[in-house]
Ligand binder design. Structure first.
Ligand code: SAM
Length: 298
């Protein structure tokens, strides 16, 4: 097996079978895909979210369009005025908050420019700030007269004052890829360090960009997140058998990770869903290696 990939695991659920009908309201539109572990709806998330029961989902992960004028398809307008974009964000966030269980987690991936403006609104809705995670990925080109933007923002809130699930993650002690030696000296305390790794910080330097063809669909070349980011989010905030909602499905990264990590999922995508369906049914797209250690004892 190539070093930086792992094969999709065989799905074995120890939890009772999930029945999506239990959390979908009557007159809910038909899903376009129904797997053993998830349902995918093709439609506008503002419309579909209304059909999900309140307090039924454990984690919401949302990677919406960033209002940068990208072309996702004919139905998405990614060039809104600033107020219009923020109002649109508020509308779907309100629905996501409604469907979250008490203590559930909300993650929103976006440009720092937008995520910083969401803070007051999220607090108003009774969500509690947990973290601003800087996902270190170089974006396009340096911008004249500005610092070189090199992180995306992943904001993490819980519904109510405390998350019901927060699992501690350790990442491997960093070593030099050439000589294999430690990169830092840890102030002489290396021998006292936990061999399972160091505590995950709120700066993620280890999320690979999705460049190689084995990690992405030939039909969708942009805006696909690494499975490593999603697997971390899902492992931090859920346990096997929990339910994850992603209202902006894109190429289905969240759903592929949920399948591999034994979580149930609800997905929504407004544009063409062929890429997601192929990804989930053919299993041809590899997932990035994730060497995180889940330190569940804490
Ligand atoms: C940034 S991409 C998400 C990429 C995804 N995280 C992945 O890794 O593949 C945003 C997606 O949201 C979809 N979208 C935009 N507006 C939507 C809406 N109102 N309802 C549902 N999906 C929408 C777009 O078509 C696009 O595929």
């Amino acid at each position: 097996m190539p070093e930086n990939t792992y094969q999709q695991q065989v799905l074995e659920f120890s939890t009772p079978q999930w029945k999506p009908e239990a959390i979908l309201r009557q007159r809910c539109p038909q899903p376009i895909l129904n797997t053993e572990h998830g349902v995918l709806f093709q439609g506008d998330c503002l419309e579909i979210l209304k059909h999900i029961e309140s307090e039924s989902v454990d984690t919401v992960f949302a990677d919406p369009p960033f209002n940068l004028g990208k072309h996702y398809g004919k139905k998405v307008n990614d060039s809104l005025g600033e107020n219009e974009y923020l109002n649109w964000m508020h509308t779907w966030i309100a629905e996501c908050e409604r469907v979250l269980r008490p203590g559930g987690s909300l993650f929103i991936y976006n440009l720092p420019k937008w995520n910083i403006m969401l803070g007051p609104y999220l607090l108003e809705r009774g969500l509690t700030f947990r973290h601003w995670i800087a996902v270190n990925i170089k974006m396009s080109m340096p911008i004249n007269g500005r610092l070189y933007p090199s992180h995306y923002s992943l904001i993490y809130y819980s519904k109510g004052s405390k998350p019901k699930t927060f699992r501690k993650i350790r990442t491997p002690i960093e070593t030099c890829r050439h000589c294999g030696g430690d990169i830092k000296d840890y102030g002489g305390h290396r021998s006292a360090m936990n061999p399972k790794g160091v505590n995950l910080t709120d700066v993620w330097n280890d999320i690979p960009p999705v460049r190689h063809w084995k990690f992405k669909s030939k039909k969708r070349q942009a805006n696909q997140l690494s499975t490593k980011l999603l697997s971390r989010v899902i492992e931090i905030s859920t346990r096997p058998g929990d339910i994850v909602l992603d209202p902006f499905g894109g190429s289905g990264t969240t759903f592929a990770v949920c399948e591999a990590r034994h979580r149930y999922w609800i997905g929504i995508e407004l544009e063409n869903c062929d890429v997601i369906i192929e990804r989930l049914t053919r299993g041809e797209i590899s997932q990035h290696l994730n060497t995180d250690f889940i330190d569940d004892a804490n």
